[in-house]
Every structure is written in C-alpha cells, then in structure tokens.
Design a protein around this ligand. Structure first.
Ligand SMILES: [Zn+2]
Length: 98
C-alpha cells in the first residue's frame, strides 16, 4: 500500500526536503598536548570538551519553487506520518496568505 505523499501548497510538487540548520560552538581546553583534554597526539575536532548550541532552524523546503515552511519536529512518534508534514505545510501556508 502506498502512502499519500505531502505536496507543496504553492506549486503542488511533492519533492520536499526537511532541512535542519544549526550552529554550535565547540570548545577545546588548552592543556599540555593537542588542544582539548580528550586529544593527545593529534587534534580531532569531534573530541571536544564542551559544545554549546547557538542557533537552530528547522523547515521543510519545496525543491521545485523553494518555498520554506518553518517546522519543529523534536521527535517522530508512531502516530505521525505524512499527514503531520501536510499539517505543517497547510498551517504555514494559511498564515502566509492572511
Ligand atoms: Zn513548491
């Protein structure tokens, strides 16, 4: 059984991508060897001492017309399916046309 795919309310395309933009500051304590207490012989960026999230933005973008629909999905539970995506698209579209 094929599930119904959500489509862009602006152009009708169902080529949609969810994008997650985030910026982080990674900190490495300066010790006697390579920067970061977890790095010894070489500097490995993922071996950080502290990570601070500065900003995040989540949205669904239509690959065809480029319209962006802000969304926030923290978790995906079994009750959510393509209709949850459709809800985001329609909600944001309604707000836009007011
Ligand atoms: Zn579109």
């Amino acid at each position: 059984m094929e599930k119904k795919k959500a489509s862009c309310p602006v152009c009708g395309s169902n080529s949609l991508m969810m994008k997650y933009e985030a910026s982080y500051v990674y900190s490495y304590a300066i010790d006697s060897d390579a920067p970061g207490t977890k790095n010894v012989d070489e500097f490995l960026p993922y071996m950080y001492d502290e990570r601070e999230q500065k900003d995040m933005r989540q949205y669904i973008e239509c690959s065809k017309c480029g319209t962006q629909f802000p969304c926030y999905f923290h978790e995906w539970n079994p009750n959510m399916d393509a209709s949850s995506i459709a809800e985001v698209l329609n909600q944001n579209h309604t707000e836009k046309s007011l």
